[in-house]
Ligand binder design. Structure first.
Ligand code: HEM
Length: 441
């Protein structure tokens, strides 16, 4: 196929790569203004050599509905493969992906989420109870602590204090690794040098702890009655879904690390943005506090959804073409990466009237059009933790809002995002002042 890519910038590939990696939202906005709704980028590894960016609802629909054999997501996300492992849900495609997804889905079903909720609320209560009235809280850091605790206790099911104390620093070290280390890790000769050597040692130590935990859990006498994701995964092929082949230990290890990396900072960032938005919008906050007191989870969920619309945690998702393919009206050659831009879809006034306004009500009045709100991606790759993160976020907001009023501190700067690892986080780490002001229903 002779490639006729949609228009795009003539900037050198290195410049496009840096802008895409560091200033993604302003960069794609500028490109859309200049070239229209569909444009091409050229970048250096680990980004796509050729990427075509889409954001119109009809294009999003076509991409998410395409045959997963033609559009690979695992292949387009290779950077984290050495950490997540070859079985990772995020790293596999086609039959391997379909199997992993089938085995993981039951642990994230609605009925299971209700079982996890109580523990999430208890963790949130413990973490936020100690906030001093009148103090400034660095919400992003506090939410990162909280969501890590949720992964350890609710996803991994490790509640024993000694084992949590062993696991926590190992997980933190993996989470705080610079993307440069991940990129370099794909070159085996670098692994003899620090910081790669240290990274490798930490990864081995973490694996040892995870395999020990899996072995212990397999033998647990009350496995069937345990409400944590690892125990639910271990039940697949036994008491649950007996026709399935159970997950083997290396598969379980890879999925646990994947759930950690995919589920921790993303949820923390969504919560940090939500709290910052509420601190800046007293009237919305008043309604949200009332909702917290009355147990109106729908409104709290709408707050989270609106924060994710206005400040998408992940800027976009990608798929790599496995063959020449006509897609969204363009003939694209094999190897092209197609990007669905969440940032552009969410800020388009044709999709969301008054897109700059923070207005949770738009998620309650039934006017939201399909394929215009996509913080969790879509199609067969849609985030498996979407329901989990909304349940978690709602429970955390409820605990915070029923105790404190939130305000921006006097030194607060204008709302701005920055990319940390792969997530868009508030550049000021969402510093907010909390004042004890309990409300009762
Ligand atoms: C606000 C929080 C979250 C956001 C914004 C988010 C966003 C995303 C996005 C954009 C994708 C890619 C979807 C695609 O390619 O179409 C994804 C995939 C995934 N997410 Fe999430 N996520 C969040 C929370 C979670 C949580 C809590 C977990 C698990 C505990 C999780 C686990 C995963 C996994 C395993 C995948 C891979 C799915 C697949 O490839 O089949 N995520 N997420």
């Amino acid at each position: 196929m002779t490639a006729a890519y949609p228009p795009g910038p003539r900037l050198p590939r290195i410049a496009q790569t840096v802008l895409y990696a560091r200033r993604r939202a302003p960069f794609v906005h500028a490109m859309a203004r200049r070239y229209g709704d569909v444009f091409s980028l050229r970048m250096l590894p680990p980004y796509a050599e050729r990427m075509v960016v889409f954001s119109r609802p009809e294009h999003i629909r076509e991409i998410f509905a395409a045959d997963p054999a033609d559009l690979h997501a695992g292949e387009a996300n290779r950077l984290l493969r050495t950490v997540m492992g070859e079985h990772s849900l995020l790293q596999t495609d086609e039959a391997d992906h379909a199997r992993a997804r089938r085995l993981l889905m039951p642990a994230f079903a609605g009925s299971m989420l209700r079982g996890y909720r109580e523990l999430v609320a208890a963790i949130a209560k413990t973490q936020v109870d100690g906030w001093a009235s009148g103090s400034t809280v660095v919400a992003l850091d506090r939410m990162n602590d909280l969501t890590l605790e949720v992964i350890i206790q609710v996803v991994f099911g490790v509640t024993d204090e000694r084992r949590r104390a062993e696991l926590t620093p190992r997980l933190r070290r993996i989470l705080n690794v610079s993307p440069v280390v991940f990129i370099g890790w794909t070159r085996p000769w670098l692994r003899r040098l620090p910081p790669w050597k240290r990274f490798g040692e930490n990864l081995s130590a973490l694996d040892e702890l995870l395999y020990a935990e899996i072995a212990r859990r397999r033998e647990h006498p009350d496995l069937d009655s345990r409400a944590d994701v690892l125990s639910r995964l271990l039940a697949v092929g036994a008491s649950e879904h007996p026709a399935e082949t159970p997950l083997r230990d290396p598969e379980l290890r890879d999925q646990l690390v994947t759930l950690l990396l995919a589920g921790h900072e993303t949820t923390a960032s969504a919560l940090a943005w939500s709290l910052r938005e509420l601190a800046a919008a007293p009237q919305v906050q008043q309604r949200a506090r009332r909702a917290a007191a009355e147990g109106d989870d729908r409104y709290l969920e709408a707050v989270l959804k609106e924060a994710m619309r206005r400040d998408p945690v992940i800027a976009g998702v990608v798929r790599k073409l496995t063959r020449d393919l006509p897609l969204c009206g363009v003939d694209l050659p094999k190897g092209t990466v197609v990007g669905t831009s969440i940032v552009l879809a969410h800020s388009d006034a044709r999709n969301h009237p008054a897109p700059e306004a923070f207005c949770p009500e738009r998620f309650l009045d039934g006017t939201l059009a399909v394929n215009t709100w996509l913080p969790f991606g879509g199609g067969v790759r849609r985030c498996i933790g979407a329901g989990f993160s909304l349940m978690e976020g709602t429970a955390v907001l409820r605990e915070i809002l029923s105790r404190y009023t939130l305000t921006l501190p006097p030194e607060a700067t204008a709302r701005r995002g920055t990319i940390r690892n792969i997530t868009n986080v508030p550049a000021d780490s969402a510093r907010i002042m909390v004042t004890a002001d309990p409300i009762r229903s």
